[in-house]
Design a protein around this ligand. Sequence first.
Ligand code: NDP
Length: 283
Amino acid sequence: MAAKLLTGKEVAQKLDQDIQSEVQALKGKGVNPTLRIMIAGDAPDSLYYANSAKKMAEKSGIGCEIEQLPGTMSQDEFVKTVRDRNNDRAIHGIIVMRPLPRQISEDVVKYILAPEKDVDCFNPVNAGKIMAGDLTGFPPATPQAVMEMLKFYEIPLSGKEAVVIGRSMVVGKPMSMLLLGENCTVTVCHSRTKDLPAVCRRADVLVAAIGKAKMISKDYIKAGATVMDVGINPEGDKFVGDVDTEPAKEVAGAITPVPGGVGTVTTRVLLKHVVKAAKLQNP
Ligand code: NDP
């Protein structure tokens, strides 16, 4: 039997509804949830991402300003600007776009951004909160989007074997902690893992976050497993995932498409985090 397709659209629609009703409730209390996206320089990728996030935020009634700063700004000036935004009570969530210009160190700035406004888990305090199971934190949007999809499609997690391929701070590591938080038995794989296909075939839930187009063939998948494909890799004029989806569908029980899967949900998670930040800052 062909795998069930876990598409992102329905999950995004549900999140949109939840976000919009929470925004209305906050506005009723006189709080206008607001996101600030800070960009030093003019990298086209950062501007494109910021503009699409702004459009989506505004559709949900969330205020969003893109603050484009000179790429020549010194680290001290940038740090001061971030501190000013931390102290601005009208701003509830802040995203600092990366990469930063060479003269500004990410390792310095990430500790300056106030954890309670850090809606995309830049400050390691928020990474630590995932480890601690502290629900006041903000996990990175992509692994949280995977969790939203698993929840929406009612994929059983407790006691299940989960295998995460990838150990980045943006996806793999937080992903493993979020699955552990749902009582999965979690294995984290990376480029030095021996016999990756055999390890992956143990998984009831397999998450691929590698960045290698179609690397995960059907030989990596246990019959009936749920496969969450986080990869976004250019191939010609399209994007493909880390999983070779068509053959994988013959083995998996459920699988996310690329495009139209996890990526569709990620920005909604950021907006959900802005609403959560606004609520926590206005108890
Ligand atoms: P990174 O390059 O930071 O991490 C890739 C991970 O994959 C590393 O841990 C690396 O291992 C591991 N890896 C690389 N090659 C192999 C291999 N042959 N076998 C096993 N493991 C391997 O990538 P990201 O975590 O930032 O992103 C992963 C993918 O997710 C990319 O395709 C990216 O485009 C996509 N992405 C999608 C998002 C979305 O919204 N859907 C958002 C963010 C990213 P090691 O640590 O040993 O080097």
